[in-house]
Design a protein around this ligand. Structure first.
Ligand SMILES: Nc1ncnc2c1ncn2[C@@H]1O[C@H](COP(=O)(O)OP(=O)(O)OP(=O)(O)O)[C@@H](O)[C@H]1O
Length: 509
């Protein structure tokens, strides 16, 4: 008997297999009835079934299950779960129904009583190939921002995300955030890091920022940040976390990325400003980027074009944002930055993930360079930048879709990528530069200063032409227009990525 269907809910309620693992060497092919077989090929599960004849064929970039006549190839990455009941083997997978959408689908076949031991061993082989070093059946705490995605986040969760988690047999608990800052408070005050493997934010980048900061407020902050992976199910305006980790801002693709994701240490950055200390996971900007994003609220009616419009106006006006900057420099040579990136990119997928947890009472790491209120570290030098137009530091490659602004960024190299561009460069060069980000040629432009730094201080100055305060953005949120200091903590946080050590951008390969 053969059955196949897609499912928007969880139609499966079989108990988990509890039998001891049989000690037989499983063969790659499992015969399931007279006319069908299941084969573990190099990258995919191949289902050969006479019953497929006549069904449509589809394929796209090797990601879609492809059928030709009697076969269906499902990439191991798309396999969500497989299990054996008394008489049947059921395999669930994520079927790509369009470029940006996957939906759970399943095949099941009757198994002869005498084949059960072999079938159980074969399923274990399949799950090993499907999950590799990724944890199976993750325990996921979901936080939904009900206002995310113009109020669509809850709908996207039900339609695109929850069915994938259910099909992969994840343990899920859902909570809606009730006010600004709720995610931070909830994580700091009541979330038990031993109870969850993942905190998944159905939101933009604002809620993950709060979650990292909630974990940072715990007494055992360092341990909690290593224990619980923070991920995003993209439902906001800015979805950089998902773009970098899953190469997509589609909720269902990200859900598959979370199910199959490898635990990945992520550098986090302490920001001290005034008397506060907070964590940043994404970016800091002073000048044109911050102002084009945060200073164009009055243009919200334009939709996402408001950022580009705001950016171009300032670019063409040759706006400068004078400041003083001191850095803890790690590398300022584009050639060696590229080399280090390539060396990291050439590493294979890890087969196991070993990471020592910090001791139970380990709080946030001490600041090696003090705070912004301390005297400047001895070997640092404050350099005046009177003509800077763009000061931008990034911990990840993509800042928005198609804009890999920091192609050299690596999740766990202990560095921020710092870009400084003068504001008085010719307009034609500035426009060329704008276009070069998407083309991937931005890094090489001589007008772009690209550095790896592990800490810095910036003292912004009031713009003479303007009466009101300027803009500083930390992870896309506005903070006071005052000096701040940043210091990277290597691998302090945890996320889930496809490779365990790289972002999804093409980068400097
Ligand atoms: N119930 C709520 N009421 C008001 N604000 C909330 C609520 N839940 C979350 N927020 C706040 O919404 C802000 C935006 O968060 P989110 O990460 O979803 O989106 P974003 O992409 O950063 O912004 P946008 O609102 O433009 O989509 C965060 O600061 C968060 O604290």
């Amino acid at each position: 008997m053969t059955a196949e269907s897609t499912s928007d809910g969880n139609p499966f309620d079989d108990p988990l297999p509890t039998q001891p693992q049989p000690e037989v060497a499983p063969e790659a092919t499992l015969a399931v009835g007279r006319n069908a077989s299941l084969t573990l090929a190099t990258d995919s599960l191949i289902i050969l079934d006479e019953g497929f004849v006549g069904r449509e064929t589809s394929n796209c970039c090797g990601l879609l299950p492809s059928r030709s006549k009697t076969t269906l190839a499902v990439p191991f990455f798309n396999i969500l779960w497989a299990e054996l009941s008394d008489w049947e083997i059921a395999i669930r997978y994520a079927r790509q129904v369009s470029k940006d959408v996957v939906r759970p689908a399943y095949v099941n076949y009757t198994i002869d009583k005498n084949d059960r031991v072999h079938a159980q061993a074969w399923i274990e082989q399949l799950l090993n190939r499907a999950y590799g070093a990724s944890q199976r059946q993750k325990r996921i705490k979901v936080l939904i921002n009900p206002f995310g995605g113009k109020g669509s986040a809850a709908k996207w969760y039900t339609q695109d995300i929850e069915p994938i988690f259910a099909a992969a047999r994840c343990e899920v608990n859902v909570e809606r955030t009730q006010y600004m800052g709720h995610a931070r408070d909830l994580v700091a005050e009541s979330l038990d890091p031993d109870a969850w493997d993942v905190i998944a934010c159905c939101s933009g980048d604002g809620v993950p920022h709060e979650v990292f900061n909630g974990l940072a407020r715990k007494k055992d902050a360092a341990r909690a940040l290593a224990q619980v992976a923070v991920v995003q199910l993209p439902c906001g305006t800015g979805n950089a976390l998902s773009l970098n980790l899953y190469g997509s801002n589609s909720p269902s693709i990200a859900a598959l990325g979370v199910v199959k994701g490898l635990r990945t240490p992520l550098d986090l950055v302490s920001i001290t400003q005034g008397d506060t200390r907070s964590l940043s996971f994404l970016s800091q900007s002073v000048g044109i980027i911050a102002e084009s994003d945060l200073g164009t609220e009055n243009l919200r009616w334009m939709g996402s074009a408001r950022f580009t419009y705001g950016f171009l106006i300032r670019l063409l006006g040759k706006t400068v944002y004078p400041c003083e900057i001191a850095v803890q420099l790690e590398d300022d040579q584009k050639s060696s930055i590229r080399e280090a990136f390539r060396a990291e990119a050439s590493k294979p997928l890890p087969s196991t993930l070993q990471r020592d947890l910090p001791p139970p009472d380990a709080g946030l790491p001490a600041l090696r360079f003090g705070t912004v209120n301390d005297p400047l570290p001895q070997h640092w030098q404050l350099v005046p930048h009177d003509k800077i137009g763009n000061f931008y530091t990034g911990n990840m490659a993509y800042m928005s879709p198609d804009t890999p602004f920091f192609p050299g960024a690596l999740p766990n190299d202990g560095c921020l990528d710092m870009v400084c561009i003068d504001g008085d460069i010719p307009r034609s060069t500035a426009l060329k530069m704008l276009l070069s980000v998407e083309k991937g040629t931005f890094f090489e432009m001589p007008e772009v200063t690209y550095r790896k730094v592990s800490a810095y201080r910036i003292i912004p100055k009031q713009c003479v032409k303007r009466k009101e305060d300027g803009y500083i953005s930390i992870d896309g949120e506005r903070v006071p227009f005052e000096p701040f200091q940043a210091e990277v903590h290597r691998g302090l946080g945890t996320v889930l990525s496809r490779t365990g050590h790289m972002y999804e951008a093409h980068g400097l390969r």
